[in-house]
Design a protein around this ligand. Sequence first.
Ligand code: HCB
Length: 213
Amino acid sequence: SQDEINAKAKAAVMEFDDELVEEICEEAIEAKVDIVSLIEDGLTAGMNEIGDQFEQGTLFLPHVIAASEAMSAGVAVLTPVLEAQGGAAASKGTIVIGTIEGDIHSIGKDIVATMLKIAGFKVVDLGRDVAIATYVDAVKEHKPLVIGSSALMTTTMVLQMQIEEQLKEAGIRDTVKTMVGGAPVTQDWADKIGSDIYAENATDAVVKCNAAA
Ligand code: HCB
């Protein structure tokens, strides 16, 4: 069942077992369970648990790296299937997304980008450690509906404010909606800095970008 497969995937991420994660993801595809739930309630749940244990000091950085590799191995198996499930013909518009300057966490940003693609948006992925000026240039170049930033650290989250400021300075703030996300980011933070959309997870990002389209 879905719950069993999610639980197995969570455990396999926590055991840093790339091959087992891949096997479970292949099994899930064959069993036709919900892939989005597998990513969010299975793989991500395992990753979050590892993050908690890292924070408590019971696990160390190599463990976090190993778990993130296991999660990425699973996401790599699932992405083509997700993309095949999507395939809306007409594009709903462009969304630019990237992980903010100073921050190399990319797993969540990648999942959001994939889900938006599946939902029928053209996605321009700026990658990670993206300079604020690069976001501004991307708005000028691609004229997106939404510009999304991802920040996984309290120290990099503050830079999301600079996207707001520099878009204003460039005189293009009202041509685009801004979206913020990442584990430390909240609706309160979005309100505080004047960001249009806060997305808690990839599903939420799709719902809110659809509403903006
Ligand atoms: Co990293 N790390 N890490 N890390 N890391 C965190 C983020 C800490 C919270 C862990 C902790 O201490 N508890 C912490 C940050 C503390 C803080 O706030 N200041 C931390 C630290 C400190 C660091 C280093 C500095 C460690 C070091 O070197 N000493 C270093 C960062 C270096 C740098 O960036 N300059 C570092 C490195 C790493 C890796 C490389 C080992 C690895 C990242 C691998 C990669 O991404 N390619 C990593 C990981 C995996 C984590 C944790 C464990 C998990 C992050 C993750 O992938 N979660 C994380 C702990 C945590 O977050 N609780 C820990 C799973 C994804 C699916 O969730 O939240 O990223 P997500 O994304 C969601 C959601 O937020 C939303 O949708 C996604 C899908 O549902 N969303 C958006 C995300 N972005 C969005 C953008 C939008 O516009 C809209 C929605």
